[in-house]
Design a binder for this molecule. Sequence first.
Ligand code: SF4
Length: 330
Amino acid sequence: MINFDYIRPSTQKAALDSITKDVNAKFIAGGTNLVDLMKHGVETPQKVIDINKLPLRNIDERKTGVIRIGALALNSEVAESELIQNKLPLLSQALEAGASPQLRNMATIGGNILQRTRCPYFYDTTMPCNKRKPGTGCSALNGFNRMHAIFGATDQCIAVHPSDMSVALTALDAFVVIAGPKGERKLAFKDFHRLPGATPHIETNLQRNEIITAVEVPDQSSFANKSLYEKIRDRASYAFALVSVAVAVEMNGSSIKNIKLAMGGVAHKPWRLTETENFLRGKQASDSVFEQAATIAMKGAKGYGYNNFKLKLAPNTLVDALKKATGKVG
Ligand code: SF4
């Protein structure tokens, strides 16, 4: 590991001033991803700015019904919060599925959003990787790509985003609250992460001199009773998703009044299924409708060899999650 300077500012302004002044600085909070990346030599910051003293840990509900979660709230605090379990059970389930209790006790909400892909070639500094070193090529394209994307990839990068929480927040129409030198702005979660295109090293629309301060989730009370995070992984004890589905549904008898859907483990960003949602709205919950929905969801999917199994696993997981969430099966 390289040598680096360490500072611990106590105000947001001081943290932003430090990152603005130093292009080789990085924020650290829980450190559960950054420290790994530094050990592998993938990240080599000359200065580490510890933001744990900033007052960004509250979880509360606004008068408008919006739930605001501070960026430094721990994954475990959010998953176990009574407010989140009652009002946003989908988020709580996704967090519980996302990592071991030890990691959840260290990792923050902001860090979870910003965690980087677990593509093994990204961590292996002896291998070409456009994300780590632009222009060197993508080792996964013709390599061992079992965990990789089936949607939205390019020959520049076929990595997937690893966060379960971000899949749930994308489905729930959440916003990322961002502070920077020009003040505060909010970005819809679905617009926060980027597809790889020709610049896979640029993973989000966060500027380097900005900081995530919170996540805001609009009132989702009509969806609270019927929501599900279904994650398929190689082993039950904490592994990244091969495929996951976040579903929140509002029923009117046996018909679907409203629905929110997103997939994980399939793209460089959480994959919102807007066309599938539009198809399902107003339909009776049935096996045949869910099969049709899965066909719509899989439009444009492409396998790269070792991950071809996801072309079947993804629609099957979607159908299963729809059945469970709507109560079509137990
Ligand atoms: Fe690098 Fe992306 Fe290719 Fe993995 S998939 S080797 S992260 S460019």
